[in-house]
Design a protein around this ligand. Structure first.
Ligand SMILES: Nc1nc2c(ncn2[C@@H]2O[C@H](COP(=O)(O)OP(=O)(O)OP(=O)(O)O)[C@@H](O)[C@H]2O)c(=O)[nH]1
Ligand SMILES: [Mg+2]
Length: 330
């Protein structure tokens, strides 16, 4: 890394993060989430300084419709893993403003065990912004957590939009949670999300729901057969489990480990990580290139006018682009 004015500070923060200091980790994440240009530069230097120490976690993305039991599953799975000696970081990608103060708290109460577990670190989604921006912050946060010694990273996103793709793009294993109940086959999820899944797990297989959950699992298993698998070395399993009773949580994790073993052996995991890094670079570059459009005052004034003219048909889109580029060059 080229020495910069901020370097001593960056090195100190990096050292503290690596030593597992939670307070410094939290502050470093806040720095990463900041939009101030000087903070952005320090954050970039920090992720670079910690790059070598990162990358050692099992990265699992978890999605599913609201109420499917993502939080409860993360609590049960995460607690099982910390009991086995793992350090678990829980992150989220939620670009909507849905999850404001109140529901972050609600989330923590739904992750009651992990919230008080010294070997777990829960960080809610960065505050609302563009999906690209929120996802970028979460990726950087993931690197920091890994450098701090968290060897399992669970990234949650609600399964109703584009954020699933962003999460699948930053994780090794993508877990799709489903509710029991036949008939509602794919439960409003877009087919694209199902295609991303490395496993489908039907939650709430407890009490009166066991039979229904197993029936739903059989149905999804049949549905998955007609989709081409993401990897030639992995057919996504479909299982039923209960986050509430913990039944099936151990098997669920075993599938994650099996997947990892297969994809490590075939070299796919390494290739996947590499592709993700490059994609990430481009995403960040695009964001950076667009930044002047959002922050430049003259641009802020001009853009709505240009847009209105394009919408009204007075200005051709190509001519509008020329105008904007010219403004940017000033
Ligand atoms: N019976 C049963 N109920 C469950 C289970 N898992 C979750 N629930 C209940 O389902 C509801 C939703 O659970 P959450 O974990 O908050 O679901 P979520 O997917 O995180 O929901 P959002 O954060 O709103 O997207 C809660 O009332 C839970 O108590 C389970 O395994 N069995
Ligand atoms: Mg939740």
């Amino acid at each position: 890394m080229a020495p910069t004015a901020a370097a001593p500070d960056v090195n100190r923060i990096a050292r503290e993060v690596r030593s597992g200091n939670r307070t410094v980790l939290s502050r470093a994440i806040t720095l990463i989430e900041s939009k101030r240009p000087d903070h952005r530069r320090t954050a970039a230097a920090l992720t670079q300084a910690l790059l070598e120490a990162s990358g050692n976690a099992v990265r699992v993305g978890i999605t599913g419709v609201p109420g499917v039991g993502k939080s409860m599953t993360i609590d049960a799975l995460g607690s099982t893993l910390t009991q086995r000696g793992h350090k678990v970081a829980v992150l989220a990608v939620d670009p909507s403003s849905r999850r404001t103060g109140g529901s972050i708290l609600a989330d923590k109460t739904r992750m009651a065990h992990l919230a008080s577990d010294p070997n777990a670190f829960i960080r809610p989604s960065p505050a609302s912004g563009t999906l690209g921006g929120v996802a970028a912050r979460t990726r950087e946060t993931m690197l920091l957590c890994e450098a701090a010694g968290y060897d399992v990273v669970l990234v949650e996103t609600v399964g109703v939009g584009q954020s699933e793709i962003a999460v699948a793009d930053m994780t090794d294993f993508f877990l799709l949670l489903m509710l029991p109940g036949a008939g509602d086959e794919l439960q409003g999820l877009k087919k694209g999300v199902v295609e991303l899944a490395d496993m489908i797990a039907v939650n709430k297989a407890d009490g009166d729901n066991i039979v229904r959950a197993k029936a739903a699992a059989a149905e999804y298993r049949a549905a998955l057969h007609i989709l081409a698998p993401r990897s030639p070395n992995w057919s996504p399993p479909v299982m039923a489990y209960s986050a509430m009773t913990g039944d099936g949580i151990a098997q669920l994790w075993q599938h994650v480990l099996d997947h990892r073993a297969r994809l490590t052996a075939s070299g796919e995991l390494k290739a996947l990580r590499g592709e993700q890094q490059v994609k990430w670079m481009w995403t960040m570059l695009e964001e950076r290139m667009f930044a002047p459009l959002r922050s430049d005052r003259a641009m802020k004034n001009a853009l709505p006018r240009v847009e209105a003219a394009v919408a009204a048909g007075h200005l051709a889109p190509a001519a509008a682009v020329e105008q904007i580029v010219e403004l940017l060059g000033r």
